[in-house]
Design a protein around this ligand. Sequence first.
Ligand SMILES: O=C(O)CCC(=O)C(=O)O
Ligand SMILES: [Fe+2]
Length: 222
Amino acid sequence: MPKAPAIPDQDALRRIGGQVTKRLDDDPGVYRIDTDKADLFAVGDFLTPAECQRLCLMIDEVARPSSLHEQGYESGFRTSYSGDLDPHNSFVMGISRRIDDLLGLNPATGEAIQGQRYLPGQEFKPHNDWFYTSEGYWPLERKRGGQRSWTAMAFLNEVEEGGHTHFTEIGVSIEPKPGVLLIWNNADRDGAPNELTKHAGTPVGKGVKYIITKWYRTRRWR
Ligand SMILES: O=C(O)CCC(=O)C(=O)O
Ligand SMILES: [Fe+2]
């Protein structure tokens, strides 16, 4: 019988997936979103209004047209503005550590927190956060920490219209509410990248949308 091709980082994804899922399921402050297609969770009031406000100001300082591995800003796939928050800033470090502790993940595996801002008409089309290991960027990402395991994403403000996080395969669309943190496993229970985690930042209709995102790798990120 021909052997199935190996899935990079599969054992680590299975192990990390199981550990974090158990931790979140055991945490009374964490709400599991009801679906059998992915492990998807939410925490209300993860950030205070003052923290949200401060993060929005920081995002305004660093935001530049968002780029993607495969496509540039011009492609229209991801039209937000984004930038990494200063990982040495004590306030940012505190927020980052709280996310690490909530998930129980090794801080060394977390990428720098990225801030994003969407103006009316701007969006992030449906995508997966995990890497396509057949793409040209993979050899570098493999060395930089490997496959992405978990995503944690917080909404920072009220959006007048639009700007939902829409999980297109699960059929769940989450309206931005300041301070709410969404968390999901990018892999399935077997440690394979989960196609069903595909999601979009839908176009903002009115107002502006600010979020922070932290992605975790299976190994030390650098
Ligand atoms: O803006 C959103 O709701 C989605 C953002 C997103 O998909 C990401 O940061 O990976
Ligand atoms: Fe995403």
